[in-house]
Design a protein around this ligand. Structure first.
Ligand code: GLY
Ligand code: MN
Length: 463
């Protein structure tokens, strides 16, 4: 946990940015796997962590904006809990650590909120994403569980996004520190990528790194030689020298902060010429974006910069043709990069995605593109100092997509389908770094970049 002043300051800022009512922030509960006492790994709600810091199940909190007080609701452990789980600090003792003086048993939440509803006071909450909390909101407010997402407070969402999008110095220091675990995850995969190795074995070794460091994975590990499947969670292949292995994984610290990196490299460490040509294009797209990032620019323009770098590289190789600006305007590059360049990152690997992507990644009045590819761009807004985001361009050869575009004559002015077909079994390459927007530029987070040049990869893969 951070120092209590950090949480006090965050709550103070939220109090002053919303006019009136009650902000209701529900923590998460334990979730049963197959019977109630056998639970999944507990993950606290990120909004609860941001304002109240306590990584403990079955708590809720309110910020009463009219009475200017904060209360944490939760039950102290009883003798049965102590017998099975050992002694634990009381809710009041825990609350003090995050600067909250008022606590009540969990049931007190019902009277508090139901009274406020009767008085016609506004109850602000973020969109719930777990069924138990949807039901709880129904019990507290009378809003049907299925309607609770739509009943979320837009005023609250916007106020929290304004706070959480700008990382404070403590978050930045913490993120910089945990990048070393992401580094270890990736270099572990690189060293194990030898002829005959199994994807599942490497995945297990990568996951063991996060457990050793007292955290978890920030999302299910993507590790496959079938890297053209963007979120490939199958690890059922045996690797052979020369296969391109795509590894996209990250660490989630015990405080809930995420890392998210992708590397792609040839098993055994040596690219074929064909692989290296495509690799260099993705690397150029990544580096061009990194060099151009600074406050005041639109991330949508960085997406288009990556798209143009890719289109131009593909034209040099004969896979695309025509005018690059026109090709990108038509969305032709999306045959190869059918996803957005990146997303905000922080307490969630896709930060605050539970609130709705547009609130986080698009500013007021900014229209989300409906064009295939750019429509998936999660972050398009103007960048500000201390944003933390991902830069993750890629080139993929997806046979089903290639066949569809060819059959439907999509972007035939810009794509050489016969040449593209020569890459049918190529797979995919993505290169992802986590970037902090600084006062006059951007920097890759952590004290060293995960190996990325062909030379660096050659020195570590399979070694
Ligand atoms: N690294 C996984 C994702 O950004 O979707
Ligand atoms: Mn990512």
């Amino acid at each position: 946990m951070f120092n209590k002043e950090v949480y006090i300051e965050r709550r103070k800022r939220l109090h002053s940015s919303i006019s009136n009512g009650i902000v209701l922030i529900l923590g998460n509960n334990e979730a049963p796997m197959n019977y109630p006492d056998n639970t999944y790994h507990f993950r606290q709600d990120s909004t609860f962590l941001y304002f109240f810091g306590l990584n403990h199940p079955s708590y809720a909190a309110i910020m009463d904006l009219d009475e200017n007080k904060d209360i944490i609701f939760g039950n102290d452990v009883e003798i049965d809990d102590i017998i099975w789980m050992g002694p634990q600090a009381s809710v009041a003792e825990q609350a003090k650590e995050v600067g909250v003086d008022n606590t009540k048993p969990f049931n007190g939440l019902f009277a508090y909120i139901q009274n406020a509803v009767k008085q016609g006071r506004k109850i602000h909450f973020t969109p719930p994403y777990r069924a138990d909390n949807m039901i709880l909101i129904e019990e507290l407010t009378g809003i049907k569980a299925k309607d609770t997402k739509n009943a979320a407070s837009v005023e609250l969402i916007k106020a929290i996004v304004s706070l959480r999008n700008i990382k404070d110095k403590y978050e930045i220091a913490h993120l910089d520190e945990i990048m070393s675990v992401g580094y270890e995850m990736h270099t572990t995969a690189m060293r194990l990528a030898k002829d005959g190795a199994h994807e599942q074995y490497i995945t297990g070794a990568v996951e063991s790194v996060v457990l050793k460091h007292g955290g978890h994975i920030s999302f299910p590990i993507i590790l496959s030689k079938r890297g053209e499947t963007l979120h490939n969670h199958l690890h059922n292949n045996t690797l052979k020298n020369g296969d391109l292995l795509l590894v996209d994984c990250g660490f989630e610290s015990s405080m809930g902060y995420a890392t998210d990196n992708t590397r792609t490299f040839p098993v055994g460490g040596v690219f074929t010429q064909k692989q290296r040509e495509i690799y260099e294009i993705v690397l150029a797209a990544n580096n061009n974006v990194r060099d151009a990032i600074k406050p005041g620019i639109l991330y949508k323009d960085m997406h288009l910069l990556a798209a143009k770098t890719i289109a131009s590289g593909m034209k040099d190789l004969g896979l695309m043709k025509g005018d690059i600006d026109e090709a990108v305007a038509a969305g032709a590059h999306a045959l190869f990069m059918p996803h957005g360049l990146g997303h905000m990152m922080g307490l969630d690997v896709h930060d605050m995605e539970d609130y709705g992507e547009n609130y986080v990644g698009y500013s007021e009045g900014m229209q989300r593109s409906s064009q295939f590819g750019t429509a998936y761009l999660r972050l398009a807004r103007e960048l500000k100092t201390n944003f933390v985001l991902t830069n993750e361009p890629g080139i993929y050869f997806i046979p089903a997509l290639m066949d569809k575009w060819k059959a439907e004559n999509i972007n035939t002015d810009f794509i050489n389908f016969d040449k593209v077909n020569e890459y049918r079994d190529f797979g995919g390459i993505r290169l992802e770094d986590d970037i902090l927007v600084t006062e006059n530029g951007g920097r890759i987070m952590g004290d060293k970049r995960i190996p990325i040049t062909p030379e660096e990869l050659n020195n570590i893969v399979g070694k």
